[in-house]
Write a protein that binds this ligand. Structure first.
Ligand SMILES: [Zn+2]
Length: 400
């Protein structure tokens, strides 16, 4: 994977290149990014940049002096070449000096699993789904609701690999994807992360720093990777998925800075969120409990990813409604009104700003719980009751 294959994040790419060219590359980088923003793709692209024979000729072990004397100084490369032997291996995740550790599950009870047990699957999966998250990875290896782990035994493998001489490149890179899955056993790695052998680079790629051992956090250099902008996602959808620009914009608006969410929305484009939302709202304001139970059951059936999308879609509509009530419909920009929904207009006439904000807050919270495996029926039932109170009884809004 080249930097060019990573959607935007130009500032981070430049920062990484400068650290390398100015000889101040930290030996333990901690990439922090929400899923779908490009954490793992950036780690892969940077590892490839480190071993590429063209972008980083000094990194090639066998590079001797040229037979023909002085070679012209190469212009500083801003990306790996993508075609040298090292790049080809790196792009297939088979470069012997780029090691991957990621959450896995035990295939035999009582046997601590290793990333190496799943490496063939991981390569195939990561190459075709560079923007996917650990939830999808665990689904891919049929972990269902099992929690992925990075085991104490895996930490020993890392220690072993990093203590060996590198094979082909001057650099040895250890990518640890989702260090959140490291329990206390991660403390085994403290020493090597703090004082690694020369030319060893650790790249930890995390989504949630609160779940990472503080002892590890204090030994790494944090690199925050921002969510993608709507423009980044729009461009990527047009270029990579050949979507028409208006569709791409609409999806980008719903994807919350995550290219992964955008791709998931495309998969479910045919889902009629409008119909489901209207039925749900109607059950709250008009038809009553029996209708509510029916809608909640329908929502429970669609699964976690779609539930999150439904919530996000609803939040987007409410945000449009908020814009209209704050700015007035004639002040909402032309650009935005392309997507403005008649549903947003209706909600805005029906609910005041405080109510709209309170609903967004509740939807956000629900999305958070759903993400963490909360029971769908119970969660949406509780949400429905809250929405009923927010919509029907304004006084309750203040008692958040
Ligand atoms: Zn190359």
């Amino acid at each position: 994977m080249r930097f060019a294959d990573v959607i935007n994040q130009e500032i981070v790419k430049k920062h990484l290149r400068e650290m390398l060219s100015e000889n101040r590359l930290s030996h333990a980088l901690f990439f922090l990014a929400r899923d779908g923003a490009g954490g793992l793709p950036l780690a892969r692209a940077f590892a490839q940049f480190l071993v590429c024979e063209k972008s980083n000729p000094a990194a090639v072990k066998s590079a001797g002096p040229s037979l023909f004397g002085d070679e012209p100084e190469l212009a500083a490369q801003t990306d790996s070449c993508g075609v040298c032997a090292a790049c080809v291996k790196a792009s297939q995740l088979i470069h012997p000096d780029i090691h991957f550790t990621f959450p896995v599950i035990s295939s035999k009870p009582g046997t601590p699993p290793l990333s190496a047990d799943f490496i063939t699957q991981f390569r195939a999966w990561a190459v075709s789904n560079p923007y996917a998250n650990s939830y999808e990875w665990l689904q891919f290896i049929s972990a269902e609701n099992k929690q992925g782990n990075i085991t104490a035994k895996e930490c020993e493998v890392i220690l072993h690999n990093m203590s060996m001489k590198s094979f082909e490149s001057t650099y040895k890179v250890q990518i640890i994807w989702m260090p959140e899955a490291l329990g206390k056993e991660g403390n085994k790695l403290l020493k090597i992360i703090e004082e690694p052998p020369p030319h060893t680079v650790f790249i930890l790629v995390a989504e949630n720093e609160e779940l990472v051992l503080p002892t590890i956090l204090s030994r790494v250099q944090l690199i925050k990777i921002p969510p993608l902008t709507k423009e980044d996602i729009t461009t990527a959808l047009v270029e990579r998925e050949s979507l028409p620009e208006t569709t791409a914009k609409k999806i980008a608006g719903m994807s919350d800075g995550s290219y992964l969410e955008a791709l998931q929305i495309i998969q479910h484009q045919d889902d009629d969120w409008d119909a489901m939302l209207k039925e749900w709202m109607n059950s709250i304001v008009r038809t009553g409990p029996a209708a509510q139970v029916k809608v909640i059951e329908e929502i429970a059936k669609i699964g976690r990813e779609k539930q999150k999308q439904l919530l996000r879609y609803f939040i987007q509509i409410l945000q449009h409604a908020l814009h209209i009530s704050i700015l007035g419909s004639n002040r909402v920009s032309e650009k935005e009104s392309e997507n403005v929904h008649d549903f947003a207009g209706k909600l805005q006439r029906f609910l005041n700003t405080q109510q709209l904000e309170a609903i967004v807050h509740e939807l956000d919270k629900t999305s958070y719980y759903i993400e963490r495996n909360a029971h769908a029926k119970v969660t949406f039932h509780a949400l429905t009751i809250k929405l009923y109170h927010i919509i029907s009884d304004k006084s309750l809004i203040l008692v958040k």
